[in-house]
Design a protein around this ligand. Structure first.
Ligand code: C2O
Ligand code: CU
Ligand code: CU
Length: 419
């Protein structure tokens, strides 16, 4: 036992939660009735996690965005924890500071378990991020926003089967950190929001009242090389963004609203704050694209179909089949395309386990300005081909899939072995 060892226990459990007035909602969570407390891991520590399943069906604990050696530690479908069972996993992180997450991933009931509430934010901290002048007092000026949506049926209950849609389950009510219509009390001039699209299907198109400008400093898997200023931000399923909001032009008593499309989802109530003249550095992170050998072919990945017909490279997922291999340490371009344009098509958020990739191009052109850091999920628009640069540094079998979770459960998933 040393000070570099840390222990956690995570129990997947059922409970009930007061979300709306009236009856409590039956929910699932990690060490909690709904979702789970944010975990914060430090790079370099030896992390020991006891996984406990107190549900009455099997589950898995997937570290979405953590580069851990798969598939048993990574927690994809290969790592079932049976009801009543506990097991321990151990890992040491070596990756940039980021906002990642944990969610259930049993195939094919990932979507339903996440819908019940099995998801939590996981923050990775490192020394570089700690050296930058950024808000980082958790709960005060550094807060999570887990964006989900639900339909509340009779007695305030969720009914996954009734709402089922093979193209992704959605609900009309925005649920933020497991609450509806939250109000956050702002006591500092600057606020860092760690935003996660934790919805099964929904894309969020975020903007503030007064079209307040904000600054994105991080994407899925790292800081951005430099901050990007926006008034509008779109996130697809499983994507994350860290943004800094500066309330300097507001005063005590003002209320700033965060909208998705035209729906208000969070209110920020401004209190007195001390002036904060800290300046965000214009360089946040060095990102070096690994070299690609001229002899390394470009991997093609095709996401096709809709409804029950979704597939990757024309095939449905099989846990018994390894679809591809890639040597450890070898950087390879993947051209990921979305061929379904029928009726306008859908954006498929493409996710790879166990690595962080770079977005190189969209249909041969530049990626979006906020896609220049490391990512693990990228929205691929209908008819589009997105080139990403992927390298695995750890051995294992990793899944890659669409993160509309019903598409993933419906077979729009494949697996690659890095060796
Ligand atoms: Cu967020 Cu395969 O997962
Ligand atoms: Cu994942
Ligand atoms: Cu999809």
């Amino acid at each position: 036992e040393t000070d570099t060892d840390v222990w956690y226990t995570l129990e997947a459990q059922k409970g009930e939660t007061q979300i709306l007035p009236g009856a409590k909602t039956k929910t699932w969570g990690y060490n909690a009735a709904l979702l789970g407390q944010t975990l914060a891991f430090e790079v370099g520590k030896h992390i020991h996690v006891t996984l406990k399943n107190s549900l009455d069906e099997l589950t898995t604990f997937h570290w979405h965005g953590l580069a851990v050696s798969g598939p048993y530690i990574d927690g994809g479908c290969h790592a079932p924890v049976y009801p009543g069972e506990s097991k321990q996993i151990d890992f040491t992180l070596d990756q940039p500071a980021a906002t990642t997450w944990l969610h259930a991933h049993p195939c094919p009931s990932t979507a339903e378990q996440v819908w019940h509430g099995l998801a939590a934010m996981v923050i990775v901290r490192d020394q570089h991020e700690a050296s930058l002048p950024l808000p980082r007092t958790y709960g005060v000026d550094d807060i999570p926003l887990v964006l989900q949506d639900r339909r509340f049926h009779e007695d305030n209950q969720w009914d996954y089967q009734a709402d089922y849609d093979p193209d992704g389950v959605q609900g009309p009510t925005a649920m933020i950190n497991g609450t509806v219509n939250p109000v956050f009390d702002v006591t500092t001039q600057k606020l860092r929001l760690r935003i996660l699209d934790g919805a099964n299907r929904r894309e969020w198109r975020l903007h503030f009242s007064d079209n307040l400008e904000f600054t994105q400093i991080a994407g899925d898997s790292s800081l951005l090389p430099k901050p990007v200023h926006f008034t509008h931000l779109m996130l697809t399923c499983a994507e994350r963004a860290e943004v800094i909001v500066d309330f300097k032009n507001y005063k005590e008593g003002d209320v700033v609203t965060l909208f998705s499309d035209d729906v208000p989802i969070v209110k920020f109530r401004i209190h007195a704050f001390k002036p904060d003249n800290s300046v965000l550095p214009d360089h946040l992170l060095d990102v070096h694209a690994p070299e690609v050998l001229p002899t390394t072919p470009v991997r093609k990945v095709v996401m096709s179909g809709m409804d029950e017909a979704v597939a990757i490279d024309g095939k449905k997922f099989s846990m018994q089949r390894i679809d591809a291999t890639q040597p450890i340490g070898l950087a390879q371009y993947w051209d990921v395309s979305n061929t379904n344009t029928m009726d306008g098509g859908m954006v498929h958020p493409f996710h790879v386990h166990g690595t962080q990739f770079l977005v190189i191009s969209r249909n041969g052109g530049a990626p979006y300005p906020n896609e220049h850091g490391y990512k693990d999920t990228v929205g691929v628009n209908p008819g589009e081909t997105v080139r990403i640069l992927v390298r695995f540094d750890l051995p294992g079998v990793y899944m890659y899939h669409c993160h509309i979770i019903e598409h993933e459960d419906g077979g729009m998933m494949a697996q690659i072995q890095s060796y």
